[in-house]
Design a protein. Sequence first.
Length: 242
Amino acid sequence: MTKLFIPYVMGNKDFINNIKVLDKNGADIIEIGVPFSDPVADGPVIMNAGNKAIKEGVTIDFIFKELASHQNEINCKYVLMTYYNIIVSYGEEAFFKECEKTGVYGVIIPDLPFELAEALKRRVSQYSVKIISLIAMTASEERIKTIAQHAEGFIYTVTMNATTGKDGTFHPELKEKIKSIKELTNIPVVAGFGIRTPEHVTNIIEVADGVVIGSEIVKRFESYHPGEMEEYLVSIREALNK
């Protein structure tokens, strides 16, 4: 299986241009963050980017409109990372209908527990959009098994007990947990949170089927130098291809 590169971009005024850069430089699935005023899973880099996007006037309607206009120009899959309040405010059925219409492959909802996510799946089952499961390192073996057996699209394992962007030591049981999750499912199991460098990638993909890189990508787009960004993305893709 090819190792997946899943970079994250904030849904700001420039997000379509940023998606095109990632698409051209080896991304397999792009995670688009929907700006939200209380992003409990996000660290300071992504939180600040979200606040800037809100000040720019970016809303979920803007993101849907941009995706509708440009979806034929994007070759890789893309998913939305959003908090449940945004979905409720939009209307669950209307939200998933719009996701399907604009080519969204899946939705990650970090503040929605497994049981509520399963109930949501049933309510919007007529749409092809996948609800992506997250598994934390603190989850029990029984809960991991339950989540893995119901997961769709890919499984997002959280590498540490922290918000996004923390550049620390990965959870000591991370690799063993990923191995055990992979035995429970046939879909890709990827790792995210705190992954920044090709060395991090090389380490993680000894067991994971791919990586999510968020804060580092967001930070680099904020001080965007095209040549440097492409060089970084190529280094990540090469690490994944080894």
